[in-house]
Design a protein around this ligand. Structure first.
Ligand SMILES: [Zn+2]
Ligand SMILES: [Zn+2]
Length: 384
């Protein structure tokens, strides 16, 4: 384990400075200066972070990748070069990162999974990985691509991400009987992702080591995230964190204003409690009413004050059951603590024994695979 050097800078800001200042106030939902909605990280309580437009908190998720100093720079002809690299966590707020997968490939070849044997990366820590580049005997440029899957966790929640990194291995004079020489760092360090392999090894010792680490830029790979099932509903459909929630058929003040989830923890609490708008602790109030619109107190008491929670995690709309009595989604019963990913057309029934008494039906408005709007229709509709 190495200590991260000061050469690496802290998290980059992805929103205007005024928004971070406004977000320091726990109850703020919009920036007091520019009016932009404040999309907080699930761990905002600890990181005070805001999400970028693709759902990433740069305070929590600040990985870096480098080819380590001390890499062997001589390889045999026809052999493979094992590049000693390391992945580090630059989080300034002591948030651990979890490296959940690592793959590599040459050019457009198939991904090879690398076995890491570890997962957790504490803030300020870096851990080694080794990536093998095969078939380096041919002269010319060899592309090597890495794919890293990472997760940020907060209580029971987890946000998954994938990043790619590209290296170019330059091979000269592969016919040399001494074998190609891999130069890491030096002149190429300024380019950040160029590893130089030269066959002119006559004057060099057989075992040579690089003396400089080469940082390799990590680029967010959202298509790979969906292909790997790390984010989204499937490869072509996802629910972005800024999707607009729209509430239909509710009584006055029983549902929040239409728009994205702007609570401090990024969750909406649904149940019998009065809403924040009504001076309570809930976000969406669900009670049972009789045929002529009168409150059915007995049935309403079967709905917990906080019956379930709604939030967006890894580009999916998630329901988490918090009621001891459970609930139904599309007729299937789920008990307390169960987590369900919701899709277009789903129906949530809070009362397991009387699912038709009161329910919520979802419909998604999708643009280019992205659910821009999610409509929650209360069934039956409240008569005003
Ligand atoms: Zn602002
Ligand atoms: Zn965060």
């Amino acid at each position: 384990m190495a200590i991260v050097t000061s050469r690496h800078t802290g998290p980059q800001r992805t929103q205007a400075e005024c928004c971070y200042t406004s977000a320091l106030s726990r109850d703020a939902t919009f920036c007091g200066d520019c009016g932009k909605p404040l999309m907080r990280c699930m761990a905002a309580e600890e990181c005070a972070g805001l999400l970028d437009d693709r759902g990433l908190c740069t305070v929590c998720v600040t990985p870096y990748l480098q080819v380590d100093a001390g890499a062997l720079t001589v390889a045999k002809v026809g052999g493979a070069v094992a590049l000693p690299m390391s992945i580090g966590n630059l989080s300034g707020v002591q948030r651990p990162l979890f490296v959940t997968g690592l793959w590599s490939r040459e050019a457009s070849g198939p991904w090879r999974e690398e076995n890491l044997g570890w997962e957790r990366l504490d803030a300020g820590e870096s851990r080694p990985i080794s990536v093998v580049a095969n078939q380096i005997e041919r002269a010319g440029a060899h592309g090597l691509q890495l794919l890293v899957a990472m997760a940020s966790r907060w209580r029971w929640r987890q946000e998954n991400f994938a990043f790619t990194a590209n290296l170019t291995l330059m091979v000269e004079d592969g016919s040399s009987d001494k074998g190609p020489v891999v130069n890491i760092g030096g002149e190429s360090a300024g380019h950040g992702n160029l590893v130089y392999i030269s066959g002119k090894s006559d004057t060099k010792p057989t075992h040579q080591q690089s003396d400089q680490a080469v940082p390799i830029p990590l680029v967010r790979a959202e298509r790979e995230e969906r292909r790997l099932g790390l984010r989204g509903l499937d490869a072509d459909k996802w629910v972005p964190r800024n999707a607009e929630f729209s509430w239909q058929g509710f009584g006055e003040g029983d549902a929040p204003f239409d728009g994205p989830i702007l609570t401090q923890d990024g969750m909406l609490a649904v149940g019998r409690s009065r809403t924040r708008l009504q001076g309570g602790e809930g976000d969406v109030r669900m009670l049972v009413f009789g045929a002529s619109g009168e409150l059915d107190e007995t049935s309403s008491l079967l709905i917990s004050r906080r019956h379930f929670e709604l939030y967006i995690e890894s580009d999916r709309l998630i329901l988490r059951v918090t009621a001891g009595s459970g609930l139904r989604v599309n007729g299937n019963a789920y008990g307390e603590g169960k987590v369900v990913s919701l899709a277009d057309g789903d129906v949530i029934s809070p009362l397991v024994s009387a699912p038709d008494t009161v329910a919520l039906r979802l419909s998604f408005r999708v643009e280019h695979g992205s659910a821009r709007q999610i409509i929650f229709q209360r069934l039956p509709q409240i008569r005003k």
